[in-house]
Design a binder for this molecule. Sequence first.
Ligand code: ATP
Ligand code: MG
Length: 500
Amino acid sequence: MKIELEKLRLIGLTGSTTSTTEAPLILLEGEEADVREEEVVVVDNRGSLIFAVCRQGLGINENLRVGGYSPGVAYVRSTGKPPSTAKESYHFILSFIGVFTDEGLKTNDSIVAPGSPVYLFRGSGVNPFDYLKPSECVMGGYLASAKKKGEEWQIPFDKTFIPYHIGVFGATGSGKSRLARHVLIPLLKKAGYGVLVLDWEGVDYTPFFKQESISICDFRMDAYAAADFVVRSADYFGYDNEEKPVPQAVIHVMSRDMGDGEKWWDKISINAKNGGELREKLRVEVLERLKKRDTKNQYMAIWEFKFESGLEKIMDEDWELLYRFASGKTSVEDFKLPSQGEVCVIDMSEVSDELKLSFFSKLCSKILSTMQKLRDKKLRLALIIDEAPQYCPFEPRGLRVKTTEQIKNLCALGRKRELCVVLLAQGMAGEIGINAAVRRNLNTLFIGQIHPLDLEEAGKRLAPYGIKPEKLLYLNPGEFYFTGKINPLPTPLLISFKID
Ligand SMILES: Nc1ncnc2c1ncn2[C@@H]1O[C@H](COP(=O)(O)OP(=O)(O)OP(=O)(O)O)[C@@H](O)[C@H]1O
Ligand SMILES: [Mg+2]
């Protein structure tokens, strides 16, 4: 495939000082009004063609240099008009993508000659990605700098590196969930992955995947988790932990073996018709058990009081919820993970954070054990975790210690078994971010408009390519820098996508 330079527009020449990875681009007069940052261009370096991205635009006028006296500055002060533009110039720093050869794109290792002509792709009808995409890729989104109709050049995504995991970062409203919905989910499906989405609040995905959604309440809960739910909702029945007689009695009753391998809890959906009946059955049996335990009848009055006032704290909706959990159709263990090309959204909105996390922890165990049983086969599953700091925060406590560890394990084993973990978070590092040990596993990143606290972390990933971290504070919603191995190009690309 040959690049027809005559179809492209000459926008300038490379200036001094050039290297093998970057070169300044001096714009032809007037081009500064049209050429934008993040445009894709090609440099004709003595016949070899080098693809590059325009970054770090600067406009200079010697007459207007500030910080000291100059006739030009004095002229501005006295007349209020700009002086001659003869000493004015505009330039970008070109960050090289690679040199185009007969065998495809290669890393550039020759020094670019200053004075080499530079051509712009936009407006030419020639799509630079036709030359840049690898053979094994899926296409999605488009280059943010080419927004003109008919020129929305789709970005290539290298399938091979999907199991090296993905992070999406951006402050609230930067478009992370939309990116997942409009770009990542279709892309992962096209790449042959089943996609399982965890919708923490039930607003970002569930309404858009109605047919493919399942509520967390439709999963059957096991006896211990259910007993734990009752005990916690009752504030431990006035004690400071569950090791006390009343909570113990509740746990004992609910997890009691009924003789046929099934527990009291497993049969409650047959023995009771609704949440109210469930509560009454539990009340009778717990009181009976407490009575039996208090052989000398010393404590029964206080236990009964604590038990009854604990029950009062559990709202009617919670009993109904619990009843739903008892009669759930699937257990996490039996849940069929979405197979290649399928999407499944789990709506986690109806329950407390603790229940969400304990459900998630069971789901992780299930995925981990499924992977361990696979031997040489591949799982080909993508797990999209929106609001990731809820699962693996900077400094995990309580249940989150376990879920953080599990996510780490999913990442580690996932690389071999083709499980892709996608984490979406408002912050990258520090208190607003996700756990550092988890973050280290995310090879490909989408970085949108970030919080100023994250400038340093984002800078580490983008500054080496000439992207000023401050630029990240000004990105529009839906614009993300795409960097890491799934990006087949060595330099990050600013991408965007269309929303309905
Ligand atoms: N590609 C896009 N083009 C135009 N607008 C967009 C685009 N993507 C997102 N937006 C706008 O940004 C808003 C926020 O998007 P979204 O809910 O995905 O953000 P978020 O980063 O997930 O926020 P949060 O962290 O609060 O969940 C949307 O309401 C939408 O209007
Ligand atoms: Mg969101």
